[in-house]
Design a protein around this ligand. Sequence first.
Ligand code: FPP
Length: 237
Amino acid sequence: MNEPNKIPVHIAVIMDGNGRWARLRGKERYEGHLAGMDALRETVKNAADYGVKYLTVYAFSTENWGRPQQEVDALMDLMCKGVEMETPQLMEQGVRVLVIGDRSRFSDKVRAALDRIEEQTGRGERMTLALALNYSSRSELTAAARILARRVAAGEIAAAEITEQTIAETLFTSAMPDPDLVIRTSGECRLSNFMLWQASYSELYFTETLWPDFGKEEFLKAMEAYAARDRRYGLVK
Ligand code: FPP
């Protein structure tokens, strides 16, 4: 039986290594993303079964627009098809989908698909799956600063009333607790503009495994590593 306080409430994942996984097999990059989608489906199930309440995945960063157009198009296509195909199973599993990030840059078709999956899964209570799409932490914090500056200028709040709590409530992640654990696959050891505010006290877990190979065994290894960590939040035990 898993000890309840050793189960992360919120896991955030930087799903990295799809391209390398494809190259190693002589495949096209988009085939790596397709395999990444399979790993995502499996991780959603593993996390929900393990008792995780929030799973956030970095699926498309604001920087990813700079990739070759063909790859961006393939990722947009995967988003639309993925939403269509995965919705019934997510509903069955009690998984609610939430999109975090600036969706204004997506096409009408992608935006409609994102709205649809949020609406159709909205009653799921077992786990929340947050898809970080056109997300970056710095742009999120910049947007929050603008919102709060406008509220101060309008006389709704005083500058001195802006607290850490006010800022947290102005971020895309306002409806979620901070991540307990951030996982990054493929051997890169950095946060790459992901959850910089929210991950202040998160445990970080890096694995050499490429994202498409991140299956149940790898997931459980990460859970084991998390359970062995001693979280002090700057205090003395
Ligand atoms: C990073 O691997 C992965 C991405 C930028 C996309 C993540 C997408 C998925 C896992 C598929 C699910 C998709 C959506 C849109 C819901 P990389 O391409 O940077 O790999 P590399 O560093 O080896 O090149």
